[in-house]
Design a protein around this ligand. Structure first.
Ligand code: NCD
Length: 308
């Protein structure tokens, strides 16, 4: 396996080779061991300055990136759009160029517009990590999801994964489709037809409209959050009906004659995608995903920094 990434930015899973993904996983495995030690810090990024630019709300991803940077001893500056000069009319490229002139080496950006990080990478001379761009990609989430599944399943080759819910508005769905397929899994999507993008077949992914059939087929159910903030019309009759048709509860799990792995990127709409009896049953890997997120982000930033 190569010891360098084939890319100098992390813009999306689409741009990664299979080898890049395995290199990130191997590096993350080492960092996971580090963050479980008493002394969790290594000096690997001591000379690197990273700016976290969050133009959209975030809890987990922002904290996870910041912890990963601190564990690697990087210098960190944080910026969120509500308190920035964007509200005074400055363009994205101008804002970022001004930050870079203060000698910042790497930019981690979350932005509501799909393609924002690709735009930045094409216009700015710095290393860019996409922390989620609108409903396009969320590559570190897909990496941590795949890493978590591989910890349980050994590998994803031939494994059956169904992605359930609001595929249309979810950047996690698109990044996961790319990642799962690159790692050899069979992928289906399930949810109300109105929340499945028309281009889904072009990604070599089948649509299963029936949740019970999807559950019977799969080894892994990757549950998505309903992205209410990205909806400007009604996509399903009511939340109650959605939960009845596509929400996962204990009763539906008991009907299966097998164990499946349940993931969710968070934040969860409790009682919608997942019922409380599933969330609190200890039968999901949601907190493993969060834990692995730090190690994955350490690996991504460490490997990208070695290319600067
Ligand atoms: C995801 C996101 O922001 O896209 N959450 C996350 O990064 N932990 C998923 C979501 O918001 O539904």
């Amino acid at each position: 396996m190569a010891n360098k990434l084939s890319v100098s930015n992390l813009l999306g899973i689409k741009y990664l080779k299979e080898d890049d993904i395995y290199l990130i996983f191997e590096t993350a495995r080492n960092f996971k061991e580090v963050i479980n030690r008493k002394i969790k810090k290594v000096p690997s990024l001591r000379d690197i300055t990273i700016a976290n630019l969050f133009f959209e709300n975030s809890t987990r991803t922002k904290i996870s990136f910041e912890l990963a940077q601190k564990r690697l001893s990087a210098d960190v500056v944080n910026f969120s759009s509500s308190s920035s000069s964007i509200s005074k009319g400055e363009t994205l490229a101008d804002t970022v160029n001004n930050i870079l002139s203060m000698k910042v080496d790497m930019v981690v950006m979350r932005h509501p517009s799909p393609g924002a990080s690709v735009f930045l990478a094409n216009n700015i001379d710095s290393c860019i990590v996409n922390a989620g761009d609108g409903c396009h990609e969320h590559p570190t989430q897909a990496l941590l999801d795949s890493f978590t599944l591989i910890e349980d399943l050994g590998d994803l080759n031939g494994k059956k994964i169904v992605i359930v819910g609001d595929v249309l508005h979810s950047r996690v769905a698109l990044s996961n489709i790319f990642a799962f397929k690159k790692l050899g899994a069979e992928v289906k999507v399930c949810g109300p037809k109105s929340l499945i993008p028309k281009y889904i077949n072009t990604l070599d992914v089948d649509y299963e409209p029936n949740f019970e059939s999807a559950l019977n087929w799969c080894d892994v159910a990757s549950m998505l959050r309903i992205q209410n903030e990205r909806m400007n019309q009604c996509y399903f009759p009511s939340t109650r009906e959605y939960a009845k048709e596509f929400g996962l509860n204990k009763q539906k799990l008991l009907k299966l004659d097998k164990e499946i792995i349940i993931t969710h990127p968070g934040p969860i709409n409790r009682g919608v995608e997942l019922s409380s009896d599933v969330i609190d049953s200890g039968k999901t890997v949601i907190l493993d995903q969060v834990e692995n997120g730090v190690a994955i982000r350490m690996a991504v930033m460490y490997l990208l920094a070695s290319r600067i």
